[in-house]
Design a protein. Structure first.
Length: 382
């Protein structure tokens, strides 16, 4: 872990106060740096993907659709989340009680393929327990609320979730306490800030707002639209994130505190931030009702849309620029649908980059740090 002496007294600008921007601003301020944070939207993060996310931390479940490097970043990040939230003065709901995977009997062959895939992937990771096949009694023990509908399931013991709606304000409070200069409702181009000689580095955490900055590279940035519904469902008693395997409507249900459930998410190749479509609402709500009939009497708290910041290869990347007479520029992007799952890993790699000009953690985790535009060569991109 990088110590405070590397940062103490130095000045940094961070552009974007969503997930990565807040985490970095806090980490630098805790190490004695002076930090200016610029955010286009308000202090509630209402323009950030981070506010809409379900914030599940599910490296094995996600291994079905992502690369091994992202899975490793997810495994690395689970214990780091616990450390990070233990430093906050406000409690943040964090749970590591596993993920339950369910399917209706007509989707059994798809579930079989999925199970085989996860079994294979878990063997590649010493720190991940293998998925456990559950019979009817075991489903009942784990989640009695779904036992009348599901006689089998799959349990991924290591996985967890965090409450983003608690985390974001908790980080904000810490930033205020540590006297980070927060500039809300202030859209900024990071390149303009680089002219200011007092910044040691400018860090671009704009998510999809950084599109034009990535679009001159081969790894272009796009938004992937996601729609989620927040429900208040006191009749439902689900204790852990639950996913439904379904050929058309694969959904997840993330139970938060106080009977709130986040149900999501659509995944549509589009930058469209308009309200949820009727079709998506119908699909999400009908699928969730097939998991637990108690959702029929749930109250809809919110239907929300955001776009996941996604690079062409669907992987995260850090770009580092070092130019004469300008502050260094670090661009962090491509967290896609795994931002919460991998954020602590990306944070630690960025801190190493800022302090040492290289990151051994990034090399270990195969996080791409692209330095082609400058001599700060660190890790080969996959
Ligand atoms: C529907 C949905 C569900 C998700 N579920 C999960 C999940 O279960 N697990 C998981 O790990 N991840 C999940 N994610 C992904 C996760 O939310 C993102 O990967 C993560 O938020 C990306 O973090 P970021 O800091 O890069 O971007 P953001 O959180 O989007 O923050 C970017 C910030 O930059 C600001 N900004 C933009 N332009 C400017 C500018 N010019 N000047 C100043 N500020 C600017 C924006 O207003 C925003 O606040 C989900 C995402 C969505 C949309």
């Amino acid at each position: 872990m990088v110590n405070s002496t590397s940062f103490s007294g130095s000045q940094y600008a961070i552009v974007g106060g969503g997930l990565m921007g807040r985490l970095l601003a806090l980490a630098l301020a805790q190490r004695g740096a002076q930090v200016d944070l610029f955010e286009k939207g308000d202090s509630d993060a209402s323009g950030a993907a981070a506010r809409i996310a379900a914030a599940m931390l599910a490296p094995l479940a996600e291994s079905a659709i992502t690369e091994d490097s992202v899975v490793r970043m997810g495994i690395y990040s689970l214990p780091r989340w616990q450390e990070l939230i233990s430093q906050l003065s406000t409690p943040v709901f964090f749970q590591q009680d596993g993920t339950l995977i369910l399917w209706h009997h007509q989707d059994a062959s798809e579930a079989e393929r999925f199970t085989a895939h996860l079994e294979k992937n878990s063997r590649n990771h010493a720190h991940l327990q293998a998925p456990q096949k559950l019979n009817a009694a075991e489903v009942r023990d784990l989640e009695p609320g779904v036992a009348d509908r599901f006689k089998q399931g799959l349990y991924l013991p290591d996985e967890g979730q965090i409450d983003n709606r608690q985390l974001l304000p908790a980080l904000l409070l810490e930033l205020i306490n540590l006297k980070v200069n927060c500039h809300w409702n202030t859209a900024v181009n990071p390149n303009d800030l680089r002219q200011n000689s007092y910044y040691r580095a400018v860090i671009d955490c704009r998510g999809t707002g950084a599109k034009s900055a990535w679009n001159d590279s081969s790894n272009t940035l796009r938004g992937v639209r996601g729609e989620v519904i927040r429900l208040f469902a006191p009749e439902v008693k689900l204790r852990r994130p639950t996913r439904l395997i379904h050929p058309r409507y694969p959904i997840y249900i993330a139970p938060k505190e106080d009977d709130v459930y986040v149900v999501g998410a659509t995944e549509i190749e589009s930058d469209d931030l308009s309200q949820m479509s009727v079709r998506s609402a119908m699909e999400l709500l009908s699928a969730v009702y097939t998991v637990h009939s108690g959702f029929a009497e749930a109250r809809i708290l919110e239907m929300a849309t955001q776009c996941r910041p996604t690079l062409k290869n669907n992987l995260p990347e850090i770009k580092a620029y070092k130019d004469k007479d300008l502050a260094d520029l670090i661009m962090i992007n491509g967290l896609y649908r795994h931002g919460f799952m991998i954020a602590p890993a990306v944070l630690d790699c960025t801190l190493e980059m800022l302090a040492l000009g290289e990151s051994t953690t990034a090399k270990d985790l195969d996080l791409c740090i692209n330095t082609e535009a400058n001599p700060l060569k660190v890790a080969a991109c996959v």
